[in-house]
Design a protein around this ligand. Structure first.
Ligand code: HEM
Length: 335
C-alpha cells in the first residue's frame, strides 16, 4: 500500500515537472533535444572556435563581454532563443530594430564566429547556439562562473518588430517584470539572478532620464530609492538634457568583474537601473537578493555563481526550436 502510494507520488512529480517544463517553452518548439555536447560529433571544434572569437573580441574591447551577455537575453525573450534578433533585412520591421532592443549590439562578433564555423563545418552550428555559447564565454571572461551550455537549438524563420513589444522595460513595475519572466517559465529567483547579469557593463544615460528627473513617470524629481550619496555621481554623468548616449557603469564600483556586488548595490540604494532597484521592493525578490548575504553565506548559503549559471541554462531553453523545426542559417543576419 505504502509502496504504491510512493509510486503514485513519484508519478505526480514526474508529470508535474513535465508540465512545468512545457510551460517554459514560451510557445513553439521543445527543448527535449537540447543537450550538452550536441556538436561533439558534427563539429568538434565549435565551442573552441566560438571561445576564440569571443576572447579576441573581449581583448580588443572589454565592453564586448557584457554586450554578448545581453544579446543572449534579448534573443531568448522574443520568440525564444532562435537567433531571430540577428536578422538584418534592412527593413524597419526587422525585430532587431524594436524599441525594446535599444542598444543591443554584438552582431558582428556572432557573424565572425559563424563565418569561421562555416569554414570548417558548413551548415551545422546554429546562430542561436553561437549566441548562447558566446554569452557563457563572456561571463567566464569577466571572471564569472563556467557552465556547460546545452546546444542543439535551430534558427528561427521569423523576424518581426512587433514580436518584441513585450520586452521587459527598465520602467516596468516589479509586478510587470515578474509577470514577463513568469510568462517565459522563469521564477522570481530567476528574475533576480538574471538581472544580476548587470554585474558587468554599462547603460546609456537615455535609460536614466526618467529615474533621475521625472520620477514617477512624467512627474518631476528623482527616484527616492536612490541612496542620496550616489545621486551627485549619477546626475553628474547623466545631467538633465545632457548626452543621452553617454554611458555609466551599471554595477557601481565593480562593472568589469562578474561578482555579487550588483546585489549588494541593490540592497544599499546603489542600483543604477530602475528595474534592478525594484527587485528590493518586493518581498519575494528581496528575499532572493538577501539570501546571498546571510551571516553564514560564504560557507553554507546558496552560491550566487552556481545559481546564476542555473538560471542562464534555464533562460537558454526558452522556446527553442530543435530536431526538424527551424533551420541552420548559413549567415546569421539573413534567412
Ligand atoms: C529584468 C529585465 C531587464 C531590464 C529591464 C534590462 C534593462 C537593461 C538596460 C536598460 C540596459 C542598458 C542598455 C544600454 O544602454 O545599452 C541593460 C544592459 C545590460 N543588460 Fe539588461 N535588462 C534586463 C535583464 C537582463 C538580463 C536577463 C540579462 C542577461 C542575462 C541582461 C544583461 C545586460 C547586460 C550584460 C547589460 C550591459 C550591456 C552593455 O554594457 O552594453 N539584462 N539592461
Amino acid at each position: 500500500m505504502v509502496r504504491s502510494f510512493r509510486i503514485l507520488v513519484a508519478l505526480v512529480i514526474i508529470i508535474t515537472s513535465y508540465c512545468s517544463f512545457d510551460v517554459s517553452q514560451g510557445g513553439g518548439g521543445g527543448n527535449n533535444q537540447l543537450r550538452v555536447g550536441f556538436y561533439g560529433g558534427s563539429c568538434p571544434n565549435a565551442e573552441a572556435i566560438i571561445r576564440g572569437v569571443v576572447s579576441e573580441a573581449a581583448a580588443s574591447d572589454p565592453n564586448n563581454a557584457p554586450i554578448l551577455l545581453r544579446l543572449h537575453f534579448h534573443d531568448c525573450f522574443v520568440e525564444g532563443c532562435d537567433g531571430s534578433i540577428l536578422i538584418d533585412n534592412r527593413s524597419e520591421t526587422d525585430e532587431r530594430r524594436a524599441f525594446g532592443h535599444q542598444g543591443v549590439r554584438g552582431f558582428d562578433i556572432i557573424d565572425k564566429a559563424k563565418a569561421q564555423l562555416e569554414g570548417v563545418c558548413p551548415g551545422v552550428v546554429s546562430c542561436a547556439d553561437i549566441v548562447a555559447m558566446a554569452a557563457r564565454d563572456a561571463v567566464f571572461l569577466a571572471k564569472g562562473p563556467w557552465y556547460e551550455v546545452e546546444t542543439g537549438r535551430r534558427d528561427g524563420m521569423v523576424s518581426n518588430i512587433r514580436l518584441a513589444d513585450n520586452m521587459p522595460d527598465v520602467g516596468d513595475s516589479i509586478h510587470k517584470l515578474k509577470a514577463k519572466f513568469f510568462e517565459k517559465g522563469l521564477t522570481d529567483k530567476d528574475l533576480v539572478l538574471l538581472s544580476s547579469a548587470h554585474t558587468i557593463g554599462t547603460t546609456a544615460c537615455f535609460f536614466m532620464n526618467d529615474r533621475l528627473y521625472h520620477f514617477p513617470a512624467g512627474i518631476g524629481g528623482a527616484d527616492p530609492s536612490i541612496n542620496p550619496s550616489f545621486m551627485p555621481e549619477l546626475k553628474n554623468t547623466c545631467p538633465e538634457k545632457g548626452d543621452v548616449n553617454a554611458r555609466i557603469p551599471i554595477d557601481h564600483g565593480s562593472e568589469k568583474t562578474f561578482d555579487n556586488q550588483i546585489l549588494q548595490n541593490i540592497r544599499s540604494g546603489f542600483a543604477v537601473l530602475q528595474s534592478d532597484a525594484r527587485l528590493y521592493q518586493d518581498p519575494s525578490t528581496r528575499s532572493v537578493v538577501d539570501s546571498y548575504f546571510g551571516l553564514l553565506s560564504p560557507f553554507f548559503g546558496p552560491s550566487f555563481e552556481a545559481d546564476f549559471a542555473a538560471s542562464m541554462v534555464k533562460m537558454g531553453r526558452i522556446g527553442v526550436l530543435t530536431g526538424e523545426l527551424g533551420t541552420i542559417r548559413r549567415v546569421c543576419s539573413s534567412f
